[in-house]
Ligand binder design. Structure first.
Ligand SMILES: C[S@@+](CC[C@H](N)C(=O)[O-])C[C@H]1O[C@@H](n2cnc3c(N)ncnc32)[C@H](O)[C@@H]1O
Length: 347
């Protein structure tokens, strides 16, 4: 590759995005517990995978990813998919998209102009997303290349949206300072050919899969991810639905998570019962009854211990960090906990 070519585009890594509850900063803590406490791990299932950050620490294993949101599934397939892709194809599309200046009216301009993005960036987002789909349907892109380009677009949107990282609201009257620029995701070309990516309710998936280590990182409060990231989900799916209200959200009734409701404990109990693994590693933070009502944890420590102890022997590990709260709260210091359950498995 010539020096001129290397300057024509920028590159991105899995953690170059904002995402509530992402565990990128806790990877040393998580892998430290796994390396010191778990034996013979060949397969890791990250069944509430979000950004996929935790899976990225286990690329020497077979990885199974899953998330209820299609926009996360697409990113998982981009980073961990078993299908081989041509990096030059990605570079060529990214360079072409970044050079494109005039894009006409489309679904994005009609619905989102001058909200989260300027009208011209909306035109470009709509154009790029449509073009990816057109080329995929024509056979010019394989499924992995399509996923990598959509990932590049979602990461680029995240960089410039006038939000504080999620799409519950946009900052009215804010200046649109930066304009859309796609980066080339540095995804491994040859991932493990046994890797698998799923897009479904974790409670259904665990009935069909088996893994040595199942990592569980469910939402812990009433904040639904499909509400916070509706716009990324909308662009990833590209079904062009009607949108409503000031925040311009689409209908998300089929995307709601039980883990954000009062049924969380029941769902968690069923999930644990159905898991087939040597080890279960759970991340769940300790906000219960300390924060405001929206940030209160949905599953109590007592219930976590009761449910996990029926499945195996449980050890708890803690690492403190500063809590993130949007409203008023007394919390300053918090602890991220890992519950490791070594399952009682009949031979
Ligand atoms: C705390 S985040 C996970 C963060 C992730 N570990 C990371 O490092 O980015 C919880 C994730 O669970 C997903 N989710 C919520 N309910 C789910 C369910 N029933 N099945 C699968 N995924 C679910 C959400 O979409 C969200 O991405």
């Amino acid at each position: 590759m010539s020096a001129a070519e290397t300057k024509a585009y920028k590159t991105s890594l899995i953690n170059n995005r904002r995402y509530l509850g992402n565990k990128y900063k806790l990877l040393t803590f998580i892998t430290g517990v796994v390396n010191s406490e778990c034996d013979d791990i060949e397969t890791v299932a990250d069944i509430f995978a979000g950004t996929g950050a935790v899976s990225s620490a286990f690329t020497d294993k077979i990885i199974i990813t899953n998330d209820l949101m299609y926009s996360n599934y697409i990113c998982h397939y981009a980073w961990f998919g078993a299908e081989v892709y041509d990096p030059q194809v990605i570079i060529d599309y990214v360079v072409r998209y970044n050079a494109k200046t005039k894009c006409g009216e489309n679904y994005m301009t009609r619905n989102f102009a001058d909200t989260y993005f300027s009208k011209s960036d909306c035109a470009k987002i709509g154009y790029i997303r449509e073009d990816i789909e057109r080329n995929y349907k024509k056979g010019n892109l394989n499924k992995r290349e399509r996923a990598i380009l959509i990932t590049s677009l979602l990461y680029a949107m995240d960089k410039i949206a006038v939000t504080c990282g999620h799409y519950d609201a946009y900052r009215k009257g804010a200046e649109f300072e930066a304009s859309l620029e796609l980066y080339v995701p540095l995804a491994e070309i040859n991932n493990n050919t046994d890797n698998e990516c799923f897009n479904e309710d974790a409670n259904n998936l665990v009935k069909r899969i088996e893994a040595d280590l199942v990592y569980i990182d469910p939402p812990y409060n009433s904040r639904q991810y499909c509400d916070a990231y509706h716009l990324l989900e909308n662009v990833a799916r590209w079904e062009k639905p009607e949108v409503f209200g000031v925040a311009k959200k689409m209908d998300r009734s089929s995307m709601k998570s039980k883990y954000c409701t009062t049924s969380a404990t029941k769902a968690f109990e069923t999930l644990i019962n159905d898991i087939k693994a040597k080890y279960i590693l759970l991340s769940y933070n300790n906000m219960a009854e300390k924060g405001n009502s929206r940030s209160n944890a949905k599953i109590s420590d007592e219930d976590i211990m009761r449910i996990l102890s029926k499945k195996g022997t449980v050890k708890v590990f803690e690492e403190s960090y500063k809590a993130f709260t949007t409203g008023k709260s007394d919390i300053e210091e918090n602890a991220e906990r890992l519950f490791l359950c070594t399952c009682f498995n009949e031979e």
